[in-house]
Design a binder for this molecule. Structure first.
Ligand code: UDP
Ligand code: MG
Length: 325
């Protein structure tokens, strides 16, 4: 299980206050490993000076490769773009805001050396506010219940994987990507490693509630048919209930000719059934939109430019025969 080259893949979106610190901490950890490494920074359409800072770093460090995307494609796609360019025997995916501490990398490698193809970091403690923590926790637990797949609880994208696993991920063309889901889906030997998730070093979180919901929906709709099944069950329950109500009204009319069932109940029933129908339509729509995304077959992302020093062997290289990148 020895390796020659390790790739670090980090998506960057408006991280001008973090990028230099991130690089410095990462570099210290990587240098201590005494192996070859490459750092792949994916600029996901940053609108601040992140790219300029990255280029500044890259000019002085041949280990850095910048994949500059043509616009903001989102965290999950940025990760995938980075993975597609990582040539290491081992690949680590991590955020560039120092929430995933570089100091954990040696532990991930150690675990890999025990014979695991994927080592995913599991958050022991979150430092976000109580709403977000509760939402995350509820989401992972619901997802786990309704998926046929055992997606690990509280594990994010921070992980180490072998090139073999990454190759399998690259071959999955799914557009609405939920990376931690497809990472579980590909199988191989996987294990979790607990770590303490740090608070963001600086700057704002880039995941708004809307983006988080999109991610949660991708997780649920890409890995479970449960919402569809739930719709069918709701349909059945409502039909059964209306059947009973129809019999009730019928008997009431037979027993008492003057009985005029109130408008209120009629309205309630109409609203209730209408609501359920809309929910079910929404659920079908979620799947339909995803099917549409797939058949349209647009590329996952567009690269504006790749910044790398030509024909450089990976940093710390002692082996000059290493193939040029
Ligand atoms: N990110 C990205 N594109 C986006 C949103 C986020 O590349 O559209 C990056 C961001 O720079 C960071 C990582 O993804 O390195 C995680 O983002 P954030 O810290 O906002 O998410 P959280 O830590 O709250 O999950
Ligand atoms: Mg973060």
């Amino acid at each position: 299980m020895s390796y020659n080259l390790i790739s670090i893949v980090a998506p960057v979106y408006n991280e001008e206050e973090n990028i230099n610190y991130f690089y410095r901490e990462l570099k210290a950890v990587l240098t201590a490993l005494k192996k070859d490494y490459e750092i792949i920074l994916v600029n996901d359409g940053s609108r601040d000076s992140s790219l300029i800072k990255m280029i500044g770093l890259q000019k002085n460090d041949p280990a850095i490769k910048i994949i500059d995307l043509s616009r903001n494609f989102g965290h999950q796609i940025a990760i995938s773009a980075g993975l597609n360019h990582a040539i290491g025997d081992l690949i680590v995916i991590m955020d560039s805001d120092l929430q995933d501490p570089p100091a954990v990398i040696p532990d991930l490698i150690k675990k890999h050396e025990e014979g695991f193809d994927v080592v995913y970091a599991v958050r022991r403690k979150r430092k976000e506010n109580i709403f977000k923590r509760t939402a995350y926790s509820a989401f992972y637990r619901i997802l786990n219940k309704i998926c046929e797949l055992d997606i690990p609880l509280d594990a994010g994208d921070f992980c180490l994987m072998t090139q073999r696993v990454a190759t399998e991920l690259k071959n999955i063309p799914e557009k609405n990507r939920f990376v931690r889901g497809i990472r579980t889906w590909v199988g191989f030997k996987q294990v979790g490693l607990e770590y303490e998730r740090q608070a963001r070093h600086a700057g704002q979180e880039k995941y708004t509630w809307i983006k988080l919901f999109k991610l949660a929906f991708d997780g649920i709709f890409s890995f479970s048919y449960f919402p569809l099944r739930l719709s069918s069950i709701m349909g059945l329950v409502v039909s059964a209930a209306s059947f009973i109500i129809i019999i009730y009204f019928f008997i009431a009319r037979v027993i008492d000719e003057n009985s005029l069932p109130g408008f209120a109940s009629t309205r309630i029933i109409i609203l209730f059934v209408g609501g359920i129908q809309l929910i079910i339509l929404g659920v079908i729509g979620e799947y339909l939109a995803r099917i549409y995304d797939e058949v349209r077959g647009r590329p996952l992302y567009i690269i504006r430019q790749i910044y790398q020093q030509p024909n450089q062997p990976p940093a710390n290289s002692t082996n000059l025969d290493y193939p040029a990148r």
